[in-house]
Design a protein around this ligand. Structure first.
Ligand code: ZN
Length: 580
């Protein structure tokens, strides 16, 4: 089970369907391979580190770290169902901790429902967002061989931007329905607790820190609380590839081929997309003739698709668009792990809303308990965005409101019921094999298309060389300073070369340079800029002591790159003068 988290700050260009490649101009060669190589090396490292361990389940509460970003949708759920819960987001963190035979904490996966969108979409640095920051902090605190994973669970309608949406021009609240400011949705943006004023880019970094730190602290408290419950027994699993486009439910309702509604184009207050639609367009008679013309040039939705997806007004008939290959997935991987008698993980290939997740957890756990597969006090979590990605899943009632999440629920109004039915069958199959789903067949690999220009040539000015320092750092720096150096560099796309990091902070230890921080660190930044047609300048910065304490000593900044000469690559590096 490979589970991702949402970020607006990651590299793109690796998913198989056209809709998810639009912003990256198709597949980005090299980038997908780098991601795959990293995942494989993590699996190999985990396999080689197998040893007898115990697994401990812990639960804690975390408040003030998430808000619901689509309250009008949530309110469409039945009042008696809403009354069962203390709010419109889940506030519990569920943890599976790993302890070795001596009882030492070796790693933990902690699931908490919040989007990794503390970094606004104006940020152009690669970042793991609040989940990545939580992971970084705990691994720093615990030591190098500790693994801290922070999972995204039923966070489909859950934002980390707890200040809520505000009009960026006036500071007034947005209109709560369309999320606009006097008709302009581009001004209605939600920020996190670190944001102070309009245009405050640093506020997003501060918000990421705050929301990430809260998750880290809660996770560490759960692990240290001594209240964990050990789960024992076999690890069981089920996996099936299911064609989600025509699942027929016992009541006769069925799913549809994929389609995106108008509100998909509006985006959310975590990341406004375009001004061409509102959130909450839920009439199939929606009258914007210009958009309809543009849509029909791409592909007019069939009458069958329009009826099946109602009341979603279809913007993109992605399920009927196959040029140059499928725009949205049709066949999806569904997976369950049963970890001993007391812990269950649903591998879910989409972002699922708060109430949808509650329903799916309950129906799946009920089936497992009824079959005697787990104990009555077992815990269940949804590992969102697992194994593939198929946008969002809302409840039937939320779908009717057609905000962003409903507009992005691919398989029509009965999508959630279909998933509940399928996961219940998988859960029942542990005790009753006749309930098993067919294993199915994985979707065929698609031919990769890339519309992004290849890197052809990197050069340096005459008399200079790759890795040459054009601006040196100061001779002395202190905690709280930002140390900066500029390098003659190359286009970063082929990769960092060298030790796998575009930059390092090195420390002098007994006459030898050793890596102190790399580009995964939160205190370091690597900026690249093209100069002319083939030259590049890279700026490396280090916020001394912002997250990682820095002992007095001798340091330098190092840059690593790969330059391209008409298809040939060579690696290079350069270091600054030493400084104190
Ligand atoms: Zn999302």
């Amino acid at each position: 089970m490979i589970s991702a988290t949402h970020t607006h700050s990651g590299p793109a260009g690796y998913l198989d369907q056209v809709l998810y490649q639009v912003t990256s101009y198709g597949i980005v060669p090299g980038e997908r391979e780098a991601l795959a190589a990293g995942i494989v090396s993590a699996i190999v490292a985990a396999h080689n580190d197998l040893s007898a361990s115990s697994l401990e389940i812990g639960v804690g509460q975390l408040f003030d770290a998430n808000i619901n970003r689509s309250p009008p949708s949530y309110l469409a759920n039945p009042a008696e169902e809403r009354a069962l819960y203390n709010g419109n987001t889940d506030t519990n963190m569920t943890q599976l901790a790993v302890r070795d035979a001596a009882g030492n904490l070796r790693g933990a996966a902690s699931w908490f429902a919040v989007h990794g969108t503390s970094m606004n979409n104006t940020n152009d640095l690669v970042s793991g967002d609040n989940k990545g920051f939580a992971s970084y902090l705990w691994e720093l605190a615990q030591g190098s061989d500790f693994v801290a994973a922070f999972g995204q669970t039923n966070a489909g309608d859950v934002s980390p931007n707890t200040n809520g949406p505000v009009c960026q021009d006036t500071g007034a609240p947005c209109d709560g329905g369309k999320e606009s400011c006097g008709g302009n949705i581009l001004l209605c943006i939600a920020h996190g607790p670190g944001f102070t004023s309009a245009g405050d880019l640093g506020g997003d970094f501060a918000s990421t820190r705050i929301i990430g730190t809260k998750q880290f602290e809660t996770a560490r408290e759960i692990a240290a609380s001594g209240t964990g419950v050990t789960t024992t027994g076999p690890v069981l699993f089920r996996h099936a590839f299911v064609d989600m486009t025509d699942v027929v439910l016992p009541d006769g309702n069925h799913t549809c081929k994929p389609a995106m509604g108008y509100s998909f184009a509006a985006g959310t207050t975590d990341g406004v997309a375009t001004q061409i639609a509102w959130q909450g367009d839920n009439t199939t008679n929606y009258d914007n003739p210009l958009i309809d013309i543009a849509r029909d040039i791409l592909h007019p939705p069939s009458a069958e698709l329009t009826a099946c997806q109602a009341p979603k007004p279809i913007l993109l008939a992605t399920g009927e668009m196959t040029f140059p290959y499928d725009w949205d997935p049709h066949v999806l991987p569904l997976q369950i792990f049963v970890v001993g008698r007391k812990f269950v993980i649903i591998g879910f290939p989409s972002e699922i809303t708060t109430m949808s997740g509650r329903r799916l957890r309950k129906s799946t756990l009920d089936a497992l308990i009824a079959g005697g597969t787990v104990d009555a006090d077992a815990h269940i979590v949804i590992a969102g965005l697992s194994n593939h990605y198929a946008s969002y899943v809302t409840t039937f009632e939320e779908y009717g409101v057609q905000r962003y999440e409903g507009a992005s629920t691919l398989f029509g109004p009965h999508t959630l019921q279909a998933y509940q039915s399928l996961f219940s069958q998988m859960a029942t199959s542990f005790s009753d094999p006749s309930a098993s789903l067919a294993p199915g067949t994985p979707p065929a690999d698609v031919k990769d298309l890339s519309f992004i220009t290849a890197v052809v040539l990197d050069t340096t000015p005459i008399g200079s060389s790759f890795g040459a320092v054009t601006i040196q750092p100061p001779a002395v720096a202190h905690t709280g300073d930002t140390v900066t150096a500029t390098f003659q560099c190359s286009h970063p796309r082929p990769g960092p070369g060298g030790p796998g990091s575009f930059m390092t902070v090195d420390v002098l230890n007994g006459g030898e340079w050793a890596v102190f921080l790399d580009d995964a660190g939160w205190d370091t930044k690597f900026h690249w800029k093209r100069e002319g047609s083939s030259e590049s300048l890279c700026v490396v910065t280090w916020n001394v002591g912002a997250t990682v304490n820095v002992p007095a000593g001798t340091y330098r900044l190092t840059y690593n790159g790969v330059h391209t000469t008409f298809g040939f690559h060579a690696s290079h590096s350069g270091s600054t003068d030493a400084f104190q």
